[in-house]
Design a binder for this molecule. Structure first.
Ligand code: G1P
Ligand code: ZN
Length: 540
C-alpha cells in the first residue's frame, strides 16, 4: 500500500446527487483520489464490502480502477463491480441491498452529457441502497477540506471485462453481470407473461436508451425476456460520450422519440431513460405523459401489478411535483408526503414502510424495491398497466383526468445564470414573501407564500430553504428554486401548476392553460430585471 501526500482541493462539495464536475476537473491531479479518500474516511472501509459501477461515461473505466485500488488500500474486503464497470443507478442500489453490503460508489453525472469536456460524477449510497443523507455528504465535504493523504495500492488493472472473482492486494473483486439480478427483481414485481402476451399480440414499443446505461438492461428485459420486436430498443449501446446526446429523457432532449410518437404510424408506447437509468419519460401514441401525471397514474393503478397487489402504504412526491398524486392518495385513503427535491428524502419514508411509491416532476419515479428512482421500473409498471387495462395511454390519461381532474403543470429552466444574479433574485423574493398574500395580478390572488421547510417524519431532521412557494386562491401554484445539480453558474427552476376540475377544460395545451400563472411568476420574481432572462432554455 502506498500513502500519498495531498492537500485539500477547493469545491469538493457534493450536491443533491453526489459530487459533479467537468470531466477534466475530475481527471486533475489527486481530484478523484481526494474525494474517494474523503468517502472512505467518513464511511470507514476496513473489513467492509462495497458495490461499484457507473453509467459508462468517459473516465468511468479509469476511475473504477482507481477506486478499486483505493478500496483495497483502505482495507475493504470485497468489492462487487458490474462487468465493464457498468451499473445503472437502480441496479447498483439493488446490488447493495441484495448482497447486504456496506454501501456503494456510483460513477455518474446522471443526465448531464458525458465526454472529455462534459461532466463526471461520484456519489456514495448507503447500506440501504439510497443516496447518502445530508449529514454524511456534509461530513465528506468537511473531510475534503482537511485531507492531507490518501491510500492506494500499486497494481495492474483488474480485468473488468470478464465475469468472475479475482484478488486485488488481498481484497476480493467480484465482477458480476450488471443486468441479471436487476432483471430478476423486475420479474418478481411485474406480470411478465401478461406483458409478453401483449407484445405477442402486436403491441409496438420504442425504447430510447439515449446511448446511455439502460441499453443492455432494456434489450435483455424488453426484447429477450418479454419478446418485444427486435429493434424496439434504440441507442442501446452505452457510449463514453453518449453518442453526443444529452441523455435527459424529456421532450426537449428526447425529441426524436417525441417526433416518432406524435408522427404517423406511431408505436403504442414510447419511453426513454437517462445517463444512469434512474429517470424515465413515457409517452403514448400522440399522448405525452408529464412526470407528475405519470406518478399519479402509477399510484392509481399499481395494484394491477403483482408486486403491488396488496395496495400502497403511501405515496410521496417532491414539493415542486404537482399535486396530482395527492388526489389519488386521498381517494385511496393513504398518506401522501411532500418532501424537498432530491431522492434521498424518500429513503426514510420507504425504509419506515410509510410510502411505497415516490416520484418527482423531474422524470423520476420509483418504489420501495430499491432506494433510488428507477427508469425501467416505471416503464415496466406502465407496460403492466397497459397489458391489464388493454387501453391506450391516451385513454388511460383521459379517464384519469375525468376522475381526478387535471393538474396542468410545467417547469421552466433558465440555465447558466451568473450565480450572484440568481442569488440576488432569490434573496429579494424571499424578502418579499410576507408582503405577498392578497396581491392580485393576472386575475390571480396570492393566498400564501413561504420558503418550504421539511421536518422528516421519521428522524425529525429539518431541511430549510427548499424553495419558494406561492399559492393562489384558485389552487394555482408557483415554485422557484435554484438547482443543486448544475455545474455551470446557477440554474433557476420555475415550476408552474394550475388545477382544472373538469369535465371541461381538460384538454388544453399546458403552456396555454398556464399562461396567466407564468406571467404572474415573472412579475412577482422580477426574473428579467435580476437575470436578464425572459425565455426559458428548457421547458418540460
Ligand atoms: C434535479 C431535479 C431533482 C432530482 C435531481 C437528481 O435536481 O430537479 O428532482 O432529484 O436533479 O436527479 P436540481 O438540479 O433541481 O437540484
Ligand atoms: Zn439520473
Amino acid at each position: 500500500m502506498t500513502t500519498i501526500s495531498t492537500q485539500p482541493i477547493a469545491g469538493q462539495k457534493p450536491g443533491t446527487s453526489g459530487l459533479r464536475k467537468k470531466t477534466p476537473v475530475f481527471m486533475g491531479p489527486h481530484y478523484l483520489e481526494n474525494f474517494v479518500q474523503a468517502i472512505f474516511d467518513v464511511i470507514g472501509a476496513k473489513g467492509k464490502t462495497f458495490v461499484l459501477g457507473g453509467d459508462g461515461r468517459y473516465f468511468n473505466d479509469r476511475a473504477a480502477q482507481v477506486i478499486l485500488r483505493m478500496a483495497a488500500a483502505n482495507g475493504a474486503v470485497r468489492v462487487i463491480i458490474g462487468q465493464g464497470a457498468i451499473l445503472s443507478t437502480p441496479a447498483a442500489s439493488h446490488l447493495i441491498r441484495l448482497n447486504n453490503t456496506d454501501g456503494g460508489i456510483i460513477m455518474s453525472a446522471s443526465h448531464n452529457p458525458g465526454g472529455p469536456n462534459e461532466d463526471f460524477g461520484v456519489k456514495f449510497n448507503m447500506s440501504n441502497g439510497g443516496p447518502a443523507p445530508e449529514g454524511v455528504t456534509e461530513a465528506m465535504y468537511k473531510r475534503t477540506t482537511e485531507i492531507f493523504e490518501y491510500h492506494i495500492v500499486e497494481s495492474q488493472d483488474v480485468d473488468l471485462s470478464v465475469i468472475g472473482r479475482s484478488q486485488l492486494a488481498g481484497m476480493i473483486v467480484d465482477v458480476v453481470d450488471p443486468v441479471a439480478d436487476y432483471a430478476t427483481l423486475m420479474e418478481s414485481l411485474f406480470d411478465f407473461s401478461a406483458i409478453a402476451a401483449m407484445f405477442k399480440g402486436g403491441f409496438r414499443m420504442r425504447m430510447d436508451s439515449m446511448c446511455a446505461v439502460t441499453g443492455p438492461y432494456a434489450v435483455e428485459i424488453l426484447e429477450k425476456r418479454l419478446g418485444a420486436a427486435a429493434g424496439t430498443c434504440i441507442n442501446a449501446t452505452p457510449l463514453p460520450d453518449f453518442g453526443g446526446m444529452h441523455p435527459d429523457p424529456n421532450p426537449t432532449w428526447a425529441k426524436a422519440l417525441m417526433d416518432e410518437m406524435f408522427g404517423d404510424n406511431a408505436p403504442d408506447f414510447g419511453a426513454a431513460s437517462d445517463g444512469d437509468g434512474d429517470r424515465n419519460m413515457v409517452v403514448g401514441a400522440g399522448a405525452y405523459v408529464s412526470p407528475s401525471d405519470s406518478l399519479a397514474v402509477l399510484a392509481a393503478n399499481a395494484h394491477l401489478a403483482p408486486g403491488y397487489k396488496a395496495g400502497l402504504k403511501g405515496v410521496a412526491r417532491s414539493m415542486p411535483t404537482s399535486a396530482a398524486a395527492d388526489r389519488v392518495a386521498a381517494s385511496l385513503g393513504i398518506a401522501c408526503y411532500e418532501t424537498p427535491t432530491g431522492w434521498k428524502f424518500f429513503g426514510n419514508l420507504l425504509d419506515a414502510g410509510r410510502a411505497t411509491i415516490c416520484g418527482e416532476e423531474s422524470f423520476g419515479t420509483g418504489s420501495d424495491h430499491v432506494r433510488e428512482k428507477d427508469g425501467l421500473w416505471a416503464i415496466l409498471l406502465w407496460l403492466n398497466i397497459l397489458a391489464v387495462r388493454k387501453q391506450s395511454v391516451a385513454a388511460i390519461l383521459a379517464e384519469h383526468w375525468g376522475k381526478f381532474g387535471r393538474n396542468y403543470y410545467s417547469r421552466h429552466d433558465f440555465e447558466a445564470i451568473a450565480s450572484d444574479k440568481a442569488d440576488a433574485m432569490m434573496a429579494a423574493l424571499r424578502g418579499s414573501l410576507t408582503s405577498l398574500p392578497g396581491t392580485q395580478l393576472e386575475g390571480l390572488t396570492v393566498q400564501a407564500a413561504d420558503d418550504f421547510a421539511y421536518t422528516d417524519p421519521v428522524d425529525g431532521s429539518v431541511s430549510k430553504a427548499q424553495g419558494v412557494r406561492i399559492l393562489f386562491e384558485d389552487g394555482s401554484r408557483i415554485v422557484l428554486r435554484l438547482s443543486g445539480t448544475g455545474t455551470e453558474g446557477a440554474t433557476l427552476r420555475l415550476y408552474l401548476e394550475r388545477y382544472a376540475a373538469g369535465p371541461d377544460g381538460l384538454d388544453l395545451d399546458p403552456q396555454d392553460a398556464l399562461a396567466p400563472v407564468i406571467r404572474a411568476a415573472h412579475a412577482l420574481a422580477k426574473i428579467e430585471s435580476f437575470t436578464g432572462r425572459v425565455t426559458p432554455d428548457v421547458i418540460t
